[in-house]
Design a protein around this ligand. Structure first.
Ligand SMILES: *[C@@H]1O[C@H](CO)[C@@H](O)[C@H](O)[C@H]1NC(C)=O
Ligand SMILES: *[C@@H]1O[C@H](CO)[C@@H](O)[C@H](O)[C@H]1NC(C)=O
Ligand SMILES: *[C@@H]1O[C@H](CO)[C@@H](O)[C@H](O)[C@H]1NC(C)=O
Ligand SMILES: *[C@@H]1O[C@H](CO)[C@@H](O)[C@H](O)[C@H]1NC(C)=O
Ligand SMILES: *[C@@H]1O[C@H](CO)[C@@H](O)[C@H](O)[C@H]1NC(C)=O
Length: 950
């Protein structure tokens, strides 16, 4: 490798490479959705020649990190034995924390991140280090390297920003290093338990019944998950070549994995796997893939229970070639998951039932542990600004990763304060840091700065007006910069005159007070202390007023930039247009509005709610201090809570910056108190406590119809879709016909149709609803609604009628049929109604039907509903049916579907595991010594076999 050596020695070339790398910073994910980097490699790209598969192109890590040094492993390791990926490492002798940054990711998407650590005595110390790794601000794993094998930690996490960082943290047990890193974007439907507050850390992943193959990975597994061969002496194996299994969007195992399985040799013998954990509070996720791969004769029958320790997680599991049955019920999947916790030792057993004639089978097995992803990173505006400063002045303080979090690893020279859960940079000390050139505007973006020390540098030019954005600044020091102008911008000048800013410049300017006359040092100290105290009080007051009574939840002021959660499980809000100017309420709402906006008069019964009233503290208790945020939208946030009687509720807190104004909030509350129907989300209570405004709804466990139709969860069957359509139509019909005065919803969309655990559909979000008296049409002052669902006639004429809801509902029906969004992207795209019409004009009904139903529907039934949807989406409102007609037709279709049920397969049932007590037999644990139990080793740090040979 002479070229590599040359690069090592020549710093100008390294700089050149760096320059190119920075220029190319935007393109990171390759066409397969991977980022593969070989750490410590100065050469821009090599190819992974790992003979276990892969053949990825691994890039040099230069463009992903700016700290650390390149090293090579000891020459005692021969390239004949070890893949070239392991020959270089990057090592981090300086700084507590050093981070790699993967950029240009998608907020809310899931990523699989895998690292490799092969020590290889690269430092000739023969002392493998122990250190921690973090994903962003959250602890991921501890790397305990050894001289003989490599360690491959893996995590599945949701990106909460458009970048992810992998950080190595020195814990005082040796210098951290790394061999290579890989990131892969996953489908959003995968690993549904992963969200923005919870990740999965890999423990192990095994392929059973294929002991002729050590590992299955890319390209068999699109995500390059590694499935290791697992076998035990008493297991038998089999495989099939034919296609088996139901399409699985949750775990998407390679078909190769489920085409092989292991069996025990008799029905008497359980298939057992055990593992241990050094922490009983660790929560595990077990994923079992179970598909029948044998042709079973009619006299044979395979059925087993799945137990783990004393719990039976699944009873009477009967694997089919496509559909597994549990307790006689079909489940449209070939995977089962359960979540054991509370022990240090777990023994899972698949035990044939008494009536089973065949032994248990298992195709593959995944084991993860849950990890918190609850750390809140530093305010993104601060992060952007401080990184711009770091790059501009080439700050060499080893700054890496999140500036503030974890607090122990905060960047040197800065201090942070947590305001309402979000860390902000409040003190920045860059004195004698070698800064040259002019000040950059990014300093003005550190808007929470209290103290800025730039003394002892070689800065020049003027102090720009951007510094006036630093409204909290109380201390600014620019002494010792020969060429900088000491004129403050107007805002800071005023603060200096007020005495709220201490300004030190090369001319020796101090605050006005201290300049007036000479005062004894003691007095200065006392006055200073008092001023500081007053300042502190003022700052505390300011922040108290800004904050909620309790700083668990922060409702931002209008115009304040808040990063909204990637989760948008919507209980309302999300308006594309500004809310209507004049919403008429049932009664004297204008007056109520005035009353409520007074901080003292907390509603005082001005609204005629029949519902229960909650205080802010009640809400805090119900929601366990607002822990479980299930959605954030224009209106604020929605939290899950539990009432004293155990009822689950959704608490929608209105935020001050809400695009859903107080009026819309009240409109929704008012409307909801008037309407009661099983297909409308019901209001259980409300809160108007000080400036806390909240609505308490029944909780809809299964979320929005939109989520159900798109990627998340198991696909709905045609019958389920029909029932959802029928029920939501009934909800709308009720609004139109049975309410007095009647209501137009005005924002009917799949995101406003919620489903409970029973998949009952209910209409939500009445924030825009509008009463229309005499059933006559109205002229409204502003068009409201959501693009794609908007009635084109209303949009042109401002004539609002209940037919506008019918149009939107027609779009909902089309979504239910096709699984597609109302506006389809791409050259062939456009409005869904147009797309469907085009397809149908070619007589091709099957091509519009959601492929996720896998053909399990009655084509006549689909045809009928499609026709109905097209009538609903007629351009001219008079041609559209009323909701009563829509309901009648949908009911007819549903009845037809129920009467023909059973002639098709594909029914989905709710597959929550129901553990119950299991009487443990005495020699349970001693079974472990037998061969049929596969020893998996210690789970909190599973070591896989060493680096693959070439
Ligand atoms: C580590 O720190 C030392 C002394 O502070 C310095 O000489 C060296 O260049 C640094 N190394 C890296 C890789 O930053
Ligand atoms: C599969 O694993 C077994 C032990 O679990 C081992 O004996 C066998 O050699 C492995 N097969 C391959 C191809 O590595
Ligand atoms: C995750 O967070 C919860 C609540 O904040 C805490 O009780 C639990 O111990 C944490 N789990 C881990 C593995 O850190
Ligand atoms: C400051 O922040 C604003 C808003 O986030 C952004 O548009 C602007 O580009 C930033 N300016 C600098 C110099 O970083
Ligand atoms: C389960 O699915 C099979 C088709 O795989 C079907 O024949 C059977 O009737 C279904 N059973 C139930 C109870 O739905």
């Amino acid at each position: 490798m002479p070229l590599r050596k040359m690069l090592h020695g020549c710093s100008c070339l390294v700089l050149l490479v760096l320059g190119i790398a920075i220029a190319g910073v935007n393109s990171q994910l390759d066409s397969l959705g991977f980022i593969n980097i070989d750490c410590g490699l100065p050469n821009p790209s090599i190819v992974d020649n790992d003979n276990a598969g892969g053949n990825f192109k691994f890039l040099s890590d230069e463009q992903f990190i700016d700290t650390g040094i390149n090293k090579q492993i000891s020459s005692q390791y021969s390239p004949k034995d070890i893949s070239n990926l392991y020959f270089t490492v990057r090592s981090f002798p300086n700084g507590t924390r050093n981070c790699y940054t993967f950029r240009s990711l998608t907020v809310g998407n899931k990523y699989l991140v895998k690292g490799a650590f092969f020590y290889g005595n690269y430092d000739n110390l023969n002392r493998p280090p122990i250190f921690d790794i973090y994903l962003g601000v959250n602890y991921w794993d501890t790397v305990n390297s050894s001289t003989i094998s490599s360690y491959y930690p893996e995590i599945i996490a949701t990106a909460t920003a458009d970048y992810l960082q992998v950080c190595l943290v020195n814990t005082g047990q040796g210098t951290p290093y790394i061999s290579w890193l890989q990131l892969k974007e996953l489908e959003t439907s995968m690993y549904p338990t992963v969200n923005s507050s919870q990740s999965l850390v890999y423990v192990s992943r095994f392929n059973l019944g294929a002991s002729n193959r050590r590992i299955v990975r890319y390209p068999d597994d699109h995500y390059d998950r590694w499935w290791w061969n697992m076998t035990a002496d008493t297991w038998t194996e089999d495989s099939t070549n034919s296609s088996v299994g139901y399409p699985d969007s949750e775990f998407d195992p390679p078909s190769f994995i489920i085409q092989t399985a292991a069996f025990t040799s008799s029905t008497k013998e359980a298939l057992r796997i055990y593992w241990t954990s050094n922490n009983p509070s660790t929560k595990f996720l077990v994923v079992l893939h179970i598909v029948e791969i044998k042709d079973i004769s009619s006299i044979d029958f395979r059925e087993f229970d799945i137990n783990c320790n004393k719990d039976t997680w699944f009873k009477s599991v009967n694997p089919g070639r496509y559909f597994t049955q549990i307790n006689g019920k079909n489940v449209t999947a070939n995977w089962l998951t359960f979540r054991p916790t509370g022990d240090t030792y777990y023994l899972m057993s698949l035990q044939a039932t008494a009536r089973s004639t065949l032994p248990p089978l298992l195709n593959s097995f995944e084991l993860y542990k849950f990890a918190n992803a609850t750390g809140v990173p530093t305010d993104i505006g601060d992060v952007t600004a401080i990184n711009a400063i770091k790059e501009n002045y080439k700050v060499t303080k080893g700054w890496s990763g999140d500036p503030c979090i974890p607090i122990d690893y905060a960047w040197t020279g800065l201090r942070c304060t947590i305001y309402s859960n979000v860390p902000r940079i409040t003190h920045l000390n860059l004195s004698s840091a070698g800064l040259t050139g002019e000040l950059i505007a990014s300093f003005g973006n550190l808007t929470a700065l209290v103290s800025l020390d730039l003394s002892g540098n070689d800065l020049s030019g003027a102090l720009g007006t951007y510094l006036d954005q630093l409204v909290a600044l109380t201390y600014l020091d620019i002494t010792g910069n020969e060429n900088i102008s000491s004129t403050l911008p107007p805002g800071l000048q005023k603060k200096q005159q007020d005495g709220t800013l201490t300004f030190k410049s090369k001319l020796g300017d101090f605050t006005q007070q201290s300049k007036k006359k000479k005062v004894p040092v003691v007095l200065i100290a006392v006055v200073g202390a008092v001023v500081l105290l007053l300042l502190a009080v003022a700052i505390i007051l300011v922040f108290c007023l800004r904050k909620r009574p309790d700083n668990q939840i922060y409702i931002p002021k209008p115009n304040e930039n808040t990063g909204s959660s990637p989760l948008t499980n919507n209980y309302g809000g999300n308006f594309a247009y500004s809310p209507a100017a004049n919403i008429s309420h049932g009664n004297n709402a204008g007056q109520n509005y005035a009353n409520i906006s007074k901080p003292s008069g907390s509603g005082e019964g001005m609204l005629n709610f029949e519902n229960r009233q909650f205080t802010y503290n009640d809400l805090k208790q119900i929601t366990n201090s607002f822990q479980n945020n299930i959605g954030t939208g224009g209106f604020g946030s929605v939290y899950v809570g539990v009432l004293e009687n155990g009822t689950q509720v959704a608490v929608k807190m209105r935020s001050h910056s809400s695009s859903q104004g107080v009026k819309e909030f009240l409109a929704e509350a008012q409307n909801l108190t008037r309407v009661h129907h099983k297909n409308l989300v019901s209001l259980l209570g409300y809160s108007m406590d000080g400036d806390c405004m909240a609505l308490v709804y029944e909780y809809m466990q299964e979320g929005t119809l939109q989520d159900k139709l798109r990627d998340n969860g198991r696909p709905l069957t045609w019958k389920q879709r029909l029932r959802v359509a029928c029920e939501s139509a009934q909800g709308l019909e009720y609004l139109h016909k049975a309410c007095n005065p009647p209501l137009i919803h005005r924002d009917v969309k799949t995101n406003n149709i919620l489903l409970n655990s029973n998949l009952d559909a209910k209409i939500a979000d009445f924030g825009l609803s509008r009463a229309f008296n005499n059933a006559s049409s109205h002229v409204s002052t502003a068009v409201v609604g959501t693009p794609g669902y908007l009635d084109p006639e209303y949009y042109q004429s401002y004539q609002l009628s209940e037919k506008s809801d019918v149009f939107s509902f027609g779009v909902v029906l089309l979504e239910i049929i096709t699984g597609k969004p109302p506006i389809i992207a791409g050259p062939e795209g456009g409005h869904l109604a147009k797309w469907v019409t085009q397809k149908l004009s070619k007589g091709d009904i099957e091509s519009i039907v959601d492929p996720r139903m896998h053909g399990h529907y009655d084509i006549n039934s689909v045809w009928k509903v499609t026709e109905l949807a097209r009538k609903c989406t007629e351009h001219s409102s008079v041609k559209r049916p009323t909701m009563s007609v829509v309901v009648a037709e949908l009911k007819e279709s549903l009845d037809l579907e129920i009467s023909t049920e059973g002639t098709r397969s594909g029914r989905t049932i709710n597959m929550n595991p129901h553990p119950h007590n299991y009487s443990r037999n005495d020699n349970f644990i001693s079974d472990v010594s037998q061969n049929s139990v596969f020893q998996m080793g210690y789970m909190d740090g599973m070591t896989a076999p060493g680096p693959a040979a070439r």
